[in-house]
Design a protein around this ligand. Structure first.
Ligand code: WT7
Length: 635
């Protein structure tokens, strides 16, 4: 098991060790894992190319580190608790033995379908244990999983399948979320029609909905499972073989398929999990994130299972059957560590105390948040009413690209401060730069957040586009990884994340590129162009404000257009990317060189209707007054 730090002086000591001798430090952590063959060299790196290799030529399999490594003493321990959408449905507990057997069995299914090491497998599933079984089965045989969040539309799914060149899609008939069922198979069918690479679909029966199965392409999960046994040897992987691809949004339109590799990701997620959450044997840990996002990958599945933890997965939503559902679950399974997003905290806070008051939350020891800045009010509510003033809050800053937590308190060890992610994790060397790229030394500074030394969990490339990887993260400031976030280091040296400094917005913890939403809106036949900006939203953190230029809106009028613009975004990206406000305008504020002045639009979206600063470069100032008039009407 990876070592666990238990005191503040221990943290300071270990951090300094990791700073002075990073390779020696990580080699020690790596030695606690099970390797088929030891690596030759701990680290080779060059941020210019960029090329990052951890534990070169080491051989291992991540599932052997989840199962075989723990089996003797943990076989009968619960690995996964699954709480269904409907609290009246029977929950499921899978022991490490049972999960292992299913993973081996399903990896035999994949082998029988001709899947080979390095093949990509797309997964589009609801939050059911089979999703974990599918991803671990891929890892077992060296196939690269690419999980797509089941809220994405068929078009987004199709684009991601095609980009990864996946030949198998693992999916389900449908999914339950609150009172709704989602037509997962229908969305998968549309996606498969759009991209030609999928040869086979494996379909899990979840809702029992009557769905079409295409002969020769679609197979039922339960039928294929009957044809195989559960004896299976893990494929031996190289430390740097890709483990998975996960798509995320950037400032340009096309989503990026970040590639994470085997050994570094394994070591980093396990080590951060145990130390940040201070997970101890016998604890029950509950991460409310969907596995379709990186939080689910790293801290619902890999980090906890590598640590021999009991991890709870929840199929439903926090507000059904009522807004007490999370606390109900905490009570039912005596959850010890709970990890969620600020947006969930804010929305439950808004629904009032009645849903919390009668719940027994005495089992809780640690609370976590992730995904967006947490405002002080939400932090205090979480701390006082959920943690009853006795549970430390770990505000964990990290990204899809970083693989694991980068800046965060270690629970109960690093003193917290509301809205601060506090101090860097072992091995993480943050650096703040001014707009010119000069390092800002000392405390009480604010600038852009970069990282100057590699860490094992970092993404290695963008699938199929290494140049874009270099350009996006390693070209803004030479020899530094640029995070895209603004940050403040206060008088105590504590870090507070201020939010994105690029054209990425964070809506309910979902990261989206404004360009991606604009591209979707522009698909609407009556739209000429559009500009999307974020604005402060009390629950979602940021809301989406779309300024849309259309030529002709005679049919249906403005209201009609607004509605159909929303439908277009729904169809192209998914419901979670639907703008909160759509303003139909005659033109956008542009400079003489044709650049949209987003600064002005951001101010208008925030409700500021004058004092736009320097507008001398504006081509047509009239446009701004027209937008302001319109904005006043819809605000
Ligand atoms: C962006 C990454 C990493 C898991 C979920 C999001 C923002 C993340 C925090 C935090 C303030 C945060 C950043 C970051 N973010 N955690 N604790 N405080 N902001 O992953 O979708 O890759 O988004 O989320 O802006 O760059 P992601």
């Amino acid at each position: 098991m990876v070592p666990k730090i238990s005191t503040l002086s221990g943290y300071i000591f270990e951090y300094q060790k990791s700073f002075a001798n990073p390779t020696g430090f990580w080699a020690n952590i790596a030695d606690t894992f099970f390797w088929r063959k030891k690596y030759d060299q701990v680290l080779e790196w060059d941020f210019k190319k960029p090329e990052i290799k951890w534990f070169a030529n080491g051989k291992l399999n991540i599932t052997e580190n989840i199962f075989e490594r723990h089996m003797f003493h943990r076989g009968d321990q619960t690995a996964i608790i699954w709480e269904p959408n409907d609290p009246k449905e029977q929950f499921v507990k899978l022991t490490y033995n049972e999960l292992f057997s299913k993973v081996k069995q399903f990896s035999n299914v994949l082998l029988k379908q001709g899947v080979q090491k390095g093949d990509r497998i797309a997964i589009y599933m609801p939050m059911v244990p089979e999703l974990v079984i599918a991803m671990l089965a891929c890892a077992r045989i060296g196939a690269i999983h690419s999980i797509v969040f089941a809220g994405f539309s068929s078009q987004s799914l199709g684009d991601r399948i095609a980009d990864a060149g996946a030949k198998i899609l693992i999916t389900a008939d449908g999914g339950f979320r609150g009172t709704k069922t989602t037509p997962i198979k229908q969305i998968s069918d549309e996606a498969m029609d759009q991209c030609q690479c999928v040869e086979k679909a494996i379909v899990l029966k979840r809702t029992g909905d009557d769905i079409p199965m295409k002969a020769g392409r679609d197979y039922w999960w339960h039928e294929l499972m009957q044809e195989v046994n559960d004896t299976n040897e893990a494929e031996i992987m190289d430390a740097e073989d890709p483990l998975f691809i996960l798509y995320t949004s950037g400032s340009t339109g096309k989503p990026k398929g970040l590639v994470h590799t085997t050994a570094g990701y394994m070591i980093y997620t396990a080590y951060t999990f145990r130390n940040v959450f201070q997970y101890g044997d016998g604890d029950t840990y509950f991460c409310s994130a969907d596995i379709g996002w990186i939080t689910g990958h790293s801290y619902l599945v890999y980090g906890p299972l590598l640590s021999g933890a009991t991890t709870l997965m929840f199929e439903g939503i926090p507000t059904w059957p009522d807004a007490g559902r999370f606390w109900e679950i905490v009570d039912k399974y005596k959850v010890n560590q709970f990890y969620t997003a600020p947006t969930a905290i804010r929305s439950l806070m808004a629904l009032g105390m009645e849903w919390v008051e009668n719940k027994n939350l005495a089992s809780l020891k640690v609370l976590g948040t992730v995904g967006e800045p947490i405002n002080e009010e939400a932090w205090h509510w979480y701390h006082d009413h959920i943690g009853k003033n006795r549970c430390p809050i770990v505000d964990t800053w990290w990204q899809t690209e970083t693989g694991g937590i980068m800046i965060s308190p270690l629970a109960g060890i690093i003193p917290t401060k509301p809205s601060y992610a506090t101090l860097p994790f072992m091995g993480i060397q943050p650096l703040i730069v001014d707009p010119e790229g000069k390092e800002m030394h000392g405390n009480s500074v604010e600038g852009n957040l970069c990282i100057k030394f590699p860490w094992p969990g970092m993404a290695r490339t963008i699938w199929g586009d290494h140049e874009r990887f270099r350009q996006t993260y390693f070209s803004t400031y030479p020899d530094l990884y640029f995070t895209g976030d603004g940050v403040k280091r206060d008088e105590d040296g504590y870090y507070r994340i201020l939010g994105r400094v690029d054209d990425v917005i964070n809506v309910s913890g979902h990261r989206m590129g404004t360009a991606e939403i604009e591209n979707a809106i522009n698909e609407h036949p009556l739209v000429n162009e559009s500009a999307v900006v974020g604005f402060p939203h009390p629950i979602k953190g940021q809301g989406i404000y779309a300024f849309v230029v259309c030529t002709d809106y005679s049919t249906g009028g403005e209201e009609g257009i607004r509605h159909s613009v929303l439908m277009t975004v729904n169809k192209i990206i998914g419901p979670f990317a639907r703008p909160d406000k759509v303003l139909i305008v005659k033109g956008l504020p542009k400079t003489r060189s044709g650049k949209i002045m987003r600064r002005i639009l951001r101010k208008i979206a925030e409700g500021q209707m004058d004092n736009f600063g320097d507008t001398t470069t504006l081509l047509d100032p009239e446009v701004v007054s027209e937008i302001v008039e319109g904005a006043k009407k819809i605000s």
